[in-house]
Design a protein around this ligand. Structure first.
Ligand SMILES: Cc1cc2nc3c(=O)[nH]c(=O)nc-3n(C[C@H](O)[C@H](O)[C@H](O)COP(=O)(O)OP(=O)(O)OC[C@H]3O[C@@H](n4cnc5c(N)ncnc54)[C@H](O)[C@@H]3O)c2cc1C
Length: 281
């Protein structure tokens, strides 16, 4: 299918992009286009105007600033995969990226677009949740920062307002006691996961503290399993698996029933818990 007609504007700066957004009731930003173009072609989206942010200077940078790794909105998966700053300071992201789609999509798709889009089956929103990221959002009045725990609001809904854009992701730097683990079950390599889990923790003696377990493909958004987190902090892996009954409430879909998803969520948790604990020794 072909998209419905739309106007097109190339933003010169973040200020220009938000000015264009606030001047139109039905505008959409286009970044890598790897989700949006398919939605346009299928007429699941028919915005009045597309605002192209690809030429805005400064949004494609990865840097370390004020104790955080800053990933600009236009950093592509492929660029992040090659970045020594990402592998050193955000190894969870480096672990997860190979599971996102295929090389062609990773060469255009952006981490910022994935987080702004908030697909419940996507890897990056869950990684941001596990890492305790901060999301930098710009509007006509300047920039604001939202903690990831307050960012996801519902299916494909986030704290980004209609006249705002995501400008960067800020991740706490990986430290020597930090542990990360990642796993997903997908039918084929590169497919969206049936169930996935991104996790971080701090090694404390032989145990784990500050555990963050972020599941994806089990709800309207990436979701933390807080009962399971508390059980893992108490060293009780089977208790953590049992706690998932209260933490997760997935609907079945064409790929897996609710029972299958819950079973896979438990299996992933055992794997991820073993990985976190091994790394903590
Ligand atoms: C065949 C295929 C398989 C895929 N498999 C996976 C997969 O396994 N896992 C996965 O996570 N993803 C997958 N994707 C999606 C891919 O990761 C997208 O790149 C990503 O979801 C969106 O990034 P983008 O830069 O392409 O955003 P776009 O498609 O340009 O935009 C997506 C949405 O986000 C908004 N947006 C983009 N940037 C911003 C911004 N800076 N501020 C505010 N809003 C913004 C747009 O307005 C739009 O609504 C797949 C895509 C395809 C085509």
């Amino acid at each position: 299918m072909k998209p419905a007609p739309f106007a097109y504007a190339k933003a010169r700066s973040v200020a220009h992009a938000v000015e264009l957004l606030s001047a139109h009731d039905d505008a959409r930003i286009i970044a890598g286009g790897q989700s949006l173009v398919a939605m346009l072609n299928m007429r699941l989206a028919a915005p009045e105007i597309l605002i192209d942010i690809n030429d805005i200077p400064g949004l494609s940078e990865v840097s370390v600033e004020d104790g955080f790794l800053r990933i600009g909105a236009l950093v592509r998966y492929a660029q992040a995969q090659r970045s020594p700053l990402v592998s050193t300071h955000a190894p969870l992201i480096a672990r997860a990226i190979p599971h996102v789609a295929h090389a062609a999509i990773r060469s255009r798709g952006t981490l910022g677009g994935s987080v702004a889009f908030a697909d419940p089956a996507a890897e990056m929103p869950a990684c941001m949740l596990a890492l305790g990221a901060r999301i930098v959002i710009a509007g006509v009045d300047g920039e604001r920062e939202v903690a990831i725990d307050d960012f996801f609001k519902g299916l494909y809904e986030t704290a980004i307002g209609p006249a705002e854009m995501l400008v960067a992701l800020r991740l706490p730097l990986h430290g020597p006691s930090r542990r990360v683990a990642f796993g997903e079950y997908a039918r084929r390599r590169g497919d969206y996961a049936m169930v996935g889990l991104a996790a971080t923790a701090r090694a404390q003696g032989a145990g784990l503290a500050d555990v963050r377990l972020a599941y994806f493909s089990v709800g309207l958004n990436a979701v933390r399993a807080q009962g399971a987190e508390a059980a893992l902090e108490a060293g009780d892996v089977e208790g953590a698996v049992a706690a998932l009954d209260g933490d997760l409430d997935p609907d079945g879909d064409i790929h897996a029933s609710r029972d299958t998803k819950m079973h896979l969520a438990g299996a992933l948790l055992r794997r991820v818990a073993a990985e976190l604990s091994e790394a903590a020794q």
